[in-house]
Design a protein around this ligand. Structure first.
Ligand code: HAM
Length: 386
């Protein structure tokens, strides 16, 4: 028997669509437009944006040569493609803000476990053209609204990674610290000292964690402007009643971030607890060849929140069933009219009254309309509220 690939699964849960509808409605209420970008892109796009040294690019890409000899890759995340599209359509030259939402599959060749898949779905948003810290607050508020509407409890963690003014100085300090402890760090962290020292801060290795507890933190070394923005961010979240924790080790797994980074985590879903992540990427558009344009966004992991969404137990819609075959065309005709207003299911097989009512109950319908010989003669229905 042929089975789905490891780490990939069929979606059979109606909560998936409920999440889609909720996220879409909230994004549209915030003034965002829909964008759909290709699932396959040039590998170079992800190498340049997510970062050559990141785990995603280094270890997890579904990368191959296509029949035309192009080096391509199934997208591991959504931001890179949206930025590529933003530049390709010359929105960077218009110098006016542009805001997009998207929903679709992403692919990472990770070791599958609970909450971690090789194909998973993200709802994401990207806001271009505004460097105001109040936009960061706007988008965090949007994510919080989506979770609140879905009845999901979360902890929000925030941090700032600084800007080209404060980051390089901090980086030098950190590298100095790491070199002093190099021998006691894990292999990955030793490699990171050269390639991406900031990523050592969220290493899961216990030994590294113990050493890095004393490492300098970027949040304590921000320049005046980054520091002031970070204070405004905290005040802005307080103002909206959105609770947060400052996590000085929150550095995220993608290289394009500057300034604000954040993650929403849930303590109800096990080790893979991040249900959304995002931040500011003011240099990415320029880095990918566009005119310098600030950007900020986030993505929610749909599979991670599926189990957290409460099931909709409310009955809805109408079940129509026939006791004799001649009644089927009669109910089909009525159903077409009623469907303009609400959900109607027509059972295509003749059944007994008891069997129809049982099926209507199982299908969670609100009302059953049954037609037998008498009802057909009178042009009537037997109605049962369930
Ligand atoms: P990310 O943190 O890599 O950020 O992914 C966002 C969310 O996708 C995670 O918080 C998690 O819920 C979910 N996720 C990631 N990997 C997996 C996996 N293997 N299986 C299941 N769920 C997963 C990004 O992708 C950025 N593009 C977010 C962003 C948008 N930043 C700015 N704009």
């Amino acid at each position: 028997m042929i089975k789905a690939l490891r780490g990939m699964k069929d979606i059979l849960d109606p909560k998936f669509l409920k999440i889609f509808d909720t996220a879409r409605e909230v994004a549209e209420n915030y003034g965002y437009e829909y964008i759909e970008t290709p699932i396959l892109e040039e590998t170079a796009l992800f190498k340049r944006s997510v970062g050559e040294a990141s785990d995603i690019v280094n270890k997890e890409m579904y990368q191959f040569m296509d029949k035309g000899g192009n080096d391509v890759c199934l997208r591991p995340e959504g931001t890179a493609g949206v930025v590529r599209s933003f530049i390709e359509h010359k929105f960077d030259r218009q110098q006016s803000p542009k805001r997009f939402w998207y929903f679709g599959p992403m692919f990472r060749y990770e070791r599958p476990q609970k909450g971690r898949f090789r194909e998973f779905h993200q709802f994401g948003i990207e806001s271009f053209g505004t460097s105001s810290i109040y936009e960061d607050i706007n988008i965090i508020s949007m994510a919080a609204d989506i979770f609140e509407r879905l009845g999901i409890d979360y902890t929000l963690k925030i941090n700032s990674l600084g800007c080209p003014e404060c980051m390089p100085k901090y980086r030098d300090n950190l590298v100095e610290f790491l070199n002093k402890h190099k021998e006691n760090l894990c292999e990955d962290c030793q490699r990171r000292i050269e390639q991406n020292p900031i990523r050592t801060l969220d290493c899961k290795n216990e030994n590294c964690q113990a050493i890095l507890k004393d490492a300098p933190k970027i949040t304590d070394n921000l320049c005046e402007s980054c520091q002031s923005d970070f204070e405004t961010l905290k005040k802005g979240l307080d103002n909206l009643g959105i609770k947060y924790e400052v996590d000085k080790n929150l550095v995220r797994g993608l290289d394009y971030y500057t300034k604000t980074t954040f993650e929403f985590v849930s303590n109800e879903i096990g080790a893979q607890s991040a249900i959304a992540g995002g931040g500011r990427y003011d240099r990415l558009v320029e880095f990918l060849g566009g005119k310098p344009t600030p950007g900020v966004g986030f993505a929610i992991g749909i599979e991670r929140i599926m189990d957290l969404v409460k099931e909709d137990k409310k009955r809805s819609g109408i079940y129509m069933g026939a006791l004799i075959e001649e009644a089927i065309p009669y109910i089909q005709k009525h159903a077409r009219g009623v469907r303009k207003e609400q959900k109607v299911f027509v059972e295509p097989n003749v059944k007994s009254l008891k069997a129809h009512l049982k099926a209507a109950d199982k299908g969670n319908y609100k009302t059953a309309l049954i037609v037998g010989e008498d009802e057909l003669k009178k042009g009537d229905f037997f109605i049962k509220e369930l």
